[in-house]
Each structure stands twice: as structure tokens, then as C-alpha cells.
Design a protein around this ligand. Structure first.
Ligand code: UDX
Length: 503
């Protein structure tokens, strides 16, 4: 089929390459001419495992092109809308300006068609009610039908999530009278649906709500365990013990129950805020009032890391601090609302000399924080540090050898902001280790998991709770060598890795 994808940011670029991979004839459109040139040259504008290959394959096979001109996409059968919906500058709500501008520009070039309809398929994350409004405008053109088909892809797993999603959701104006457009989108996704992926048809508003509810639920789950983490800090409990035991309850599940410095990125933070704003606009603000607390808990974790640094060093002015990680999560170069970078900025504001290292995100980080000192090589970044903060759990940082690292730093002090290091090993190597939600010193013998024959927090999950194939590997696990997880690997080897990594 002839397909266009309007807006080739993270979501749109991966979707365009994914649709070419399914065998369609795809044109990606963006108003950003630089990005279009980059994609056309086969250069990925962001770090996403597996994307470069998919992009190049589409280009080489002649199935994928990019343009800035709406005339070039006018004749497509299906137009996907992959525009970003960032947080508004003046409040919590979603900024839909680029989505509306794209729909206006598209409407101006869409030819009237009889016979098979022209489909416009929204993928952007939007407040409930948006699709119905857009349909009013678009469906005035003969033969045009709008579907809302939210995207659930995760950075680091975006290609796999596009080609093998958990489910496909179609939002339509009237589920009883949408056969033609449903059949048409089924044709687009045929290889995915033939593989057994469930497809759910519902009204526009339900489809819009599925997406924001999913992100709100995930954010809530993370903030829940981080709230428990605060309780752990007050009582001397270890949050990794609590999380592990909670996760073994099938009704709760272990995914998104990792405590630490919290969630960031281009989706969860802005989506929960947009959801709050949307509920208020609908007159049911009370319903999502708890999401304000979810946001507040998340923000508090960032502040807590800085407090911990002060507890360890005293006044921060002039102290040399190394931050391991700049991306909002491993396997990504995205620094939008990154907890690691916010902590680094706060430390800098307190007068510390901060050095940040990350395998992929340093270029973006420099563009985000003025005056940020970045060092690519881990060993070099560690050299002379009076305090180290692990804030993004890239494999190379989880695997650091504490004895080798101790030789490099000026003083062996570390804050584990993702609860991924084994405190006993690090302390045995001479490190003063503090971790969010974990006791400052080993509890008396026999009272701690791991000392009483219990699996320690750094051990793999119990056999009955395997991570799903599409789940990002938990911090303590090696990435799976098969399925969708295989697409996600840590970035190329760190020159210092052989020196620093344990076994
Ligand atoms: C998220 C949703 O998962 C995805 O479905 C949606 O389409 C877009 O938003 P993404 O932003 O790529 O995806 O990141 P995700 O893997 O969800 O992680 C979000 C943040 O939560 C990261 O900062 C991560 O470090 C943090 N996190 C995740 C935790 O702090 N604890 C956890 O247990 C899991």
C-alpha cells in the first residue's frame, strides 16, 4: 500500500521504517528539512537499537523516502500522523499545535476519492476528544476516514514494539459502522495481525484514553515503589527486597517496580501532566488528582539524591562529582526530562564540579545543560572523583569492578540512584555506598535478604516470574539473546570496559 507518515520524530521515523519493513511503499514527511536530509541519507537522528538497519533496508529497497512537501504524499492510501504533543509552555496541557498544523496542510492536498477510502490514522498521544474534533474537519473531504491508533513503543525497543506490538488499538467514530476503514488498516498491519497480535476496535475516546492511561499507570507503579522507597529509608528496610517480594504476586507483577531516581523521558512526565489537565478540562479533575502526587514523588527522588550527596560530602561547593549516565534510561540517547541530568544541574547549581559520562547521550546532554562538563571514557570520568553517582543503569556501569574503580577515584564514595549495585561487594571493596531506598550499612546478620539464604537483590528473578520477551532487561539481568529484546543492546564497547568491568 502507499503510505505516508507525517512527522518523522522518534515515533514517526520508526513507524515509517517499520511500515517499509512490512512491505509498503512509504514516504515520511517532516517540516524539519535537516532531519529529512539526514533520514534520506540513511543516518538515524537518534540512538535506537535496530533502527539504523531498518532505515537503510527501507531506503535500499526503494520502499522508503522522505520529503518536506505535502504534494509528495497527496496520493497515499493511508496517512499516519506521528506528530509530537509536548507539554505546553504555559501549563500542564498537551501542545497540539503541530498536530493541527499537519492536519490543515494534509487536508489541503487530499484528493476527494470514491471507492476505497483515504485513511488518516492518528498515532500521537492526545487528550480524549481530539480525534473527534479532527474527524469533523477531515471527513468533510469525500472518502476520507479518520482512525486513532495509539502507539505504545518504548525507546530502546521501538523497532520491536512497532513490528511485534502487544496489541493494536483502533479508535473509530462508530465501531458498528467502520468496516471499510477497519479492513483497510488491517491490510496495512496484515503481517502483524497474522502473527496473532490482538486487535481491539473501540470508540475514538477509548482509544485515546488507553494510551494515556497506560502511561499514567506505569508512572504510578514507579512512583508507588519510590514512595515505598521513602518508607524504606525511614525504617532501614531495603526497597529491593520489598519490590522483589511484591513483584512475585502475579496480580502486581515485577515490571516497572524498580525503585530509584524515577521516571523521565519524552513521554511519562508530560503525559501524566497532560492527563491531569485534560481531566480538569472535562470537569473531573478529582479523578486524576492522585497523579499530582505521582509527579511529586518522582520529583522528590531527584532532590533526595542531591541531599544524599550533601550528607556524604557536606557542602558541595568545589567538590568533584562524577555522574554515570545522562540519558533518561539505558539504550537511549534521549535526555528529555532526564533524572540524571536534572541531578547534575542541581549539583552544578550548588557549586560542585560535575563531570557527566554516558555511552550515547553526551551530545544531547551538552545541548541541554549549559556549561556541562562531559567525558566519554568511563575511567577518565571517574578519575579524581570525590563522589560518584550512578543515575542511568547502562550495563557498563552496572558491571563496574569496584576494586578497579576505587583505584581511579579520589575517594571511594558512590550513590547508587538505581539500586543496581550489590552493596556488599562494593562495601567490601572499600566503598562508602549509599543507595535510594536501601540501608546505609548492612543490617545485623540474618535480617537481610541475601544473608539468610534469600536471593539477594542482584540475583536474577525467580523462575516463575521471567521478564517478558519484550521487557527491557531488568537492571540485574543480561539482555535476552532472542525475540524483541535482542534488538536492544548496550552501545558499543567502552574503551575502558575491559579495565573496569567485572568478568
Ligand atoms: C514509555 C512507555 O513505556 C511507552 O509504552 C510509551 O509509548 C512511551 O513512554 P519510554 O519513555 O521509552 O516509554 O520509557 P520507559 O521504558 O517506560 O521508562 C520510563 C522511565 O521510567 C525511565 O526513566 C526509566 O528509567 C523509569 N523506570 C522504568 C523506573 O524508574 N523504574 C521502572 O521500574 C521502570
Amino acid at each position: 500500500m502507499k503510505i505516508s507518515v507525517i512527522g518523522v520524530g522518534y515515533l514517526g521515523a520508526v513507524h515509517a521504517a517499520g511500515m517499509a519493513e512490512l512491505g509498503h511503499d512509504v514516504v515520511g514527511l517532516d517540516v524539519d528539512a535537516r532531519r529529512v536530509r539526514q533520514l534520506e541519507a540513511g543516518r538515524a537522528p537518534f540512538h535506537e537499537p535496530g533502527f539504523d538497519e531498518t532505515l537503510r533496508r527501507g531506503l535500499d529497497l526503494g520502499r522508503l523516502r522522505f520529503t518536506t512537501e505535502y504534494e509528495d504524499i497527496a496520493g497515499a492510501d493511508v496517512h499516519f500522523l506521528g506528530l509530537g504533543t509536548p507539554q505546553r509552555a504555559d501549563g500542564f496541557g498537551a501542545d497540539l499545535a503541530s498536530l493541527h498544523a499537519a492536519v490543515d496542510a494534509l487536508a489541503a492536498v487530499l484528493p476527494a476519492r470514491d471507492g476505497s477510502p483515504t485513511l488518516v490514522v492518528g498515532k500521537s498521544t492526545v487528550p480524549a476528544g481530539t480525534a473527534r474534533g479532527l474527524a469533523e474537519r477531515l471527513e468533510r473531504i469525500e472518502g476520507v476516514r479518520l482512525l486513532w491508533n495509539p502507539e505504545f513503543l518504548r525507546e530502546g525497543f521501538a523497532v520491536g514494539d512497532t513490528l511485534e506490538p502487544d496489541r493494536v488499538v483502533y479508535g473509530v467514530r462508530d465501531p458498528e459502522a467502520a468496516d471499510a476503514e477497519i479492513r483497510m488498516l488491517d491490510t496495512v498491519y496484515a503481517p502483524i495481525l497474522d502473527g496473532g497480535t490482538p486487535r481491539l476496535v473501540m470508540g475514538y475516546e477509548a482509544a485515546e484514553l488507553v494510551k494515556v492511561s497506560a502511561n499514567a499507570f506505569l508512572a504510578t507503579k514507579i512512583s508507588f515503589i519510590n514512595a515505598i522507597s521513602e518508607l524504606c529509608e525511614a525504617t532501614g528496610a531495603d526497597v529491593t527486597d520489598v519490590s522483589r517480594a511484591l513483584g512475585m504476586d502475579d496480580r502486581i507483577g515485577s515490571r516497572f517496580l524498580r525503585a530509584g531516581v524515577g521516571f523521565g523521558g519524552g513521554c511519562l512526565p508530560k503525559d501524566i501532566r497532560a492527563f491531569i489537565a485534560s481531566a480538569e478540562d472535562l470537569g473531573v479533575g478529582q479523578s486524576l488528582g492522585f497523579l499530582r502526587e505521582v509527579d511529586a514523588i518522582n520529583q522528590r527522588r531527584r532532590v533526595r539524591v542531591v541531599e544524599l550527596a550533601r550528607e556524604m560530602l557536606g557542602p558541595l561547593r568545589g567538590r568533584r562529582i562524577t555522574v554515570l549516565g545522562a540519558a533518561f534510561k539505558p539504550d537511549s540517547d534521549d535526555v528529555r526530562d532526564s533524572p540524571a541530568l536534572e541531578v547534575a544541574s542541581r549539583l552544578m547549581a550548588a557549586g560542585a564540579h560535575v563531570t557527566v559520562t554516558d555511552p550515547e547521550a553526551l551530545k544531547n546532554a551538552r545541548g541541554h545543560v549549559e556549561g556541562l562538563v562531559t567525558v566519554e571514557d568511563t575511567a577518565e570520568a571517574l578519575r579524581g572523583a570525590e563522589l560518584v553517582l550512578l543515575l542511568t543503569e547502562w550495563r557498563r556501569y552496572r558491571d563496574l569492578d569496584p576494586s578497579v574503580a576505587a583505584e581511579l577515584v579520589a575517594a571511594p564514595r558512590i550513590i547508587d540512584g538505581r539500586a543496581v549495585l550489590d552493596p556488599r561487594t562494593w562495601r567490601a571493596a572499600g566503598w562508602e555506598l549509599r543507595a535510594l531506598g536501601r540501608p546505609d550499612a548492612p543490617a545485623p546478620a540474618g535480617t537481610q535478604a541475601g544473608t539468610a539464604g534469600q536471593p539477594a537483590a542482584h540475583e536474577p528473578p525467580a523462575a516463575h516470574e521471567p521478564p517478558a520477551a519484550h521487557e527491557p532487561p531488568a537492571a540485574h539481568e543480561p539482555p535476552a539473546a532472542h525475540g524483541r529484546a535482542a534488538a536492544a543492546s548496550t552501545a558499543g564497547p567502552d574503551p575502558a570496559a575491559p579495565l573496569l568491568s567485572r568478568g
